[in-house]
Design a protein around this ligand. Sequence first.
Ligand code: MLT
Ligand code: ZN
Length: 457
Amino acid sequence: MAKNNSMIRIVDELPDIKISKEPEDLLCYGFDASRIEGHARAVIWPRTTKDVVRVMQYAYQNEVPVVPRGAGTGMTGGAIPLNRAMVMSFEKMNKLVELDTNNLNVIVEPGLINGRLQRDLEHLGFFYPPDPASMNFCTIGGNVAENAGGPRALKYGVTKDYVMELEAVLPNGDVITTGVRTSKGVVGYDLARLLTGSEGTLAVITKIRLRILPLPEEVITLLAMFDNLEASGKTVSKIIGAKIMPRTLEFMDREAITAVERYKAVGMPKDVEALLLIELDGHPSAITKQAEKIAEICESLNADIKIAEDSSAREKLWEARRAISPALYNLYPEKINEDIVVPRDKIPEMLKGLRKLAEESGISIVNFGHAGDGNIHVNIMADKNDAEKYKKAKALVKDIFSMTLSLGGTISGEHGIGMTKAPYLSMELKKNEIDIMKGIKNLFDPKAILNPGKIFA
Ligand code: MLT
Ligand code: ZN
């Protein structure tokens, strides 16, 4: 096979950095959880910030596009190599570098798996709250790039609320350290916040200082079972309205429950229209009282309540919850996965609207997600083999976004824009707002070599 010229040079110029252009690597690193397939020019595995600097200097001089990649669990195509980009995988930069228990923070490399950090900290009595459903596979670097959320965002916020300081390599190879290592800091623009959620389009993150918390004393997990979909939505606002802030308030509809039980039988209740998975944490006596109040609220809306008796029962429920997405992909590998957010008191209206769209179009729409945040993962179940139906399914996305925006919501709560939502960016943002963002992109990346083709259509 003829060698690509720029590849010959990168192998020659950076001989000590692991690089591959074997077809199996190009294939495996060419797609992500969005199931979109791109074509990588090569895959490179840096081990240090210095390696990243050298790769970016090379890429800048030779105008080679680069896509930083964590574990490829993103759902909007953020890690897809476009324009024959080189994929920079952070698998080899995966260490917990420092744990500062006096100042409650950790320094990690971007390739560290979220679940690994969670478990290591919990053994020592500490807690890192952001818990994306893919936490057992996804990396902290990917979480920062996407500003990932997760069920516990309701009480504890999302990744950006934990990022204190970032080391990052600019497209030209310069290194910046931005943010603070103190608990406060207001010196200049907050570039650490800007990089968090920038989807790998501005700089390559190489080190991350994260805030951590003491592990809560106790956890109570409740499962509320509803025979009416809208009642589950109303329960969400009633619980918050009663001044109770659970750490999770997760929702799944009948189809999501059926799909997950078929995929991973953990004994989820059958014959219910919706479930809420509610978890409280804190002082045992305080959360026991809150759990009683929640049970009262659920019962007033005709829901049955179950309490997880021990940690293994709790873990089973969470296993089922985290398996919803794979279970739905198992049914429809090309399903359209949306991630809208509405003010939480608008959830019943949004669910009603989604049901109407499904009935009118004859296309099944499965809903689950972080109801406490008003964040519903809307899954349009369609198969590309049925071209006409798939076209109709795609057209529903615009209707769903219009409905979301008319209720005061946003088109993405945690999955980002990437490739799949880029065509809809202007439904939510005005031209002058997009222009400011494009200006920022141009300032960081004048040669447009970093994760091209993302965010802006
Ligand atoms: C989840 O909450 O399960 C994830 O965000 C994944 C998804 O939306 O499919
Ligand atoms: Zn989610």
